[in-house]
Ligand binder design. Sequence first.
Ligand code: ZN
Length: 138
Amino acid sequence: MGVVFSEIRLDTGKRKELVDITEQVVSAISKGGIRNGICLIHSLHSTSALIINENEDGLRMDMLKKVSEEYPPGIGWLHDRIDDNADGHLAGAFIGPSITLPVKEGLLVLGTWQSIFFLELDGPRKGRRILVEIMGER
Ligand code: ZN
C-alpha cells in the first residue's frame, strides 16, 4: 500500500474559465508508481471547482454560461460587501472542490469523452493549487 502526493499549479486568465488538467493528472499518476487504487484531486481554493466532462469548445462555453446563470454576479449577495466574489464562492461550494477517480493497472480510468477541468470562478489568478493524492498498491 502506498500514498503519493503531488501538486498542480496553474495561472488563469479570465474571471470564469475552464482549464483542462487531465494531462497533469495523468503525469502525476505515471510518476507516482501506484498500480491499482484511487486518485483524489482537490482544489485548495474556495472560488474554484473541479469537474469531469467533455472538452469540446461549444460545451465549455455552455458550461460557463450555465454557471453564470445559476450563480449570477452582483445581485445583492451579502458576501459582495467584503470582496465582490460571492458568485464564485457559491458556485465553488455547490459544484465542489474535489473529485475521485479509479487508477487501474497504472492508468487513470476515464471515459473516452471525459476530461478533468479546473473551474476558475474568480480569476484571473496566479498560482492556483490543486492537490493530487494517489493511494493504492504499487
Ligand atoms: Zn470572497
